[in-house]
Write a protein that binds this ligand. Structure first.
Ligand SMILES: [Zn+2]
Length: 253
């Protein structure tokens, strides 16, 4: 079934003209063990408690502590600053950026002036640093943003910027060790070809690959089409093939 949507105005209130024909009858290529809800962050049934209020995919739990143990022998206290993130949470982040309630940044991390951007520019600016809801690897519980807690005991603020993980930065030693220990977890955003390089973001090698393999473009289309509250949806639909290839079908991820 083909459905037609006509939007004369962008749903963040800026002028935008687009006629969309979007096939909503998707044959989803996932099996019952990898449900749509799990792939897109719409359930937390696959998670267990990790530590300090964080949650992780149950099949990644033991490997997290294996890696943590290896690093602790090097005097690094690896902790997760962010692990599972639900669809709703990601949509809140996305929509707040779309509405100018959160700072947008360019590829170098510098703040952008929201008022000077049109809705298309806002859309691409969000994608510098944030995933489209339903596509974040944090939905899977296989991915974590990690830091060395032993370097933040005096109230220093963790900013999750690359310079903290390089040179003399507090997480540089952790980052170095993550380069040496890639059998259980690896970092999918090092080459900057999808999102900008994120030295803090790591992914469980085996389980994230299972998710990645099951995440077809039809899962992406269904996720977007099912949410009436998602802002800048027109731009997602217009660019859906490109977005899928660039941000979701990561080679080797
Ligand atoms: Zn992350």
């Amino acid at each position: 079934m083909i459905s037609g949507i006509f939007a004369s105005e962008c749903n963040i209130g800026r002028y935008y003209k687009l006629c969309i024909f979007f096939d909503q009858n998707h044959e989803l290529g996932y099996d019952q063990n990898m449900k749509f809800e799990v792939l897109t962050g719409r359930t937390d049934e696959h998670l267990v408690n990790l530590e300090h209020g964080q949650r992780i995919h149950k099949s990644c739990y033991d490997d997290f502590f294996r890696l943590k143990g290896t690093l602790s022998s090097k005097k690094i206290d690896m902790r997760s600053a962010s692990s599972f993130r639900s669809y709703e949470r990601q949509r809140t982040i996305w929509n707040e950026k779309a509405e100018g309630k959160r700072i947008l940044r360019d590829i170098n991390g510098n703040p952008l002036n929201y008022d000077e951007l049109n809705c298309e520019e806002i859309f691409w600016a969000i994608l510098n640093w944030s995933s489209i809801p339903g596509t974040s690897r944090h939905h899977w519980g296989t991915d974590l943003d990690v830091y060395d807690h032993s370097k933040y005991l005096n109230g220093e603020r963790l900013r999750l910027i690359n310079s903290e993980y390089q040179g003399e930065g507090p997480n540089a030693k952790l980052s170095e060790e993550l380069f040496k220990n890639t059998d259980l977890f690896y970092r999918p955003y090092l080459d900057g070809k999808s999102y900008q390089m994120e030295l803090w973001h790591m992914s469980h090698v085996k389980i994230s690959k299972e998710f990645s393999d099951k995440y077809t473009i039809d899962v992406f289309k269904k996720s977007v089409s099912e949410d009436p509250k998602l802002l800048l949806k027109e731009h997602i639909i217009k660019n859906i093939d490109f977005l899928y290839k660039k941000y979701i079908a990561l080679k080797g991820a």
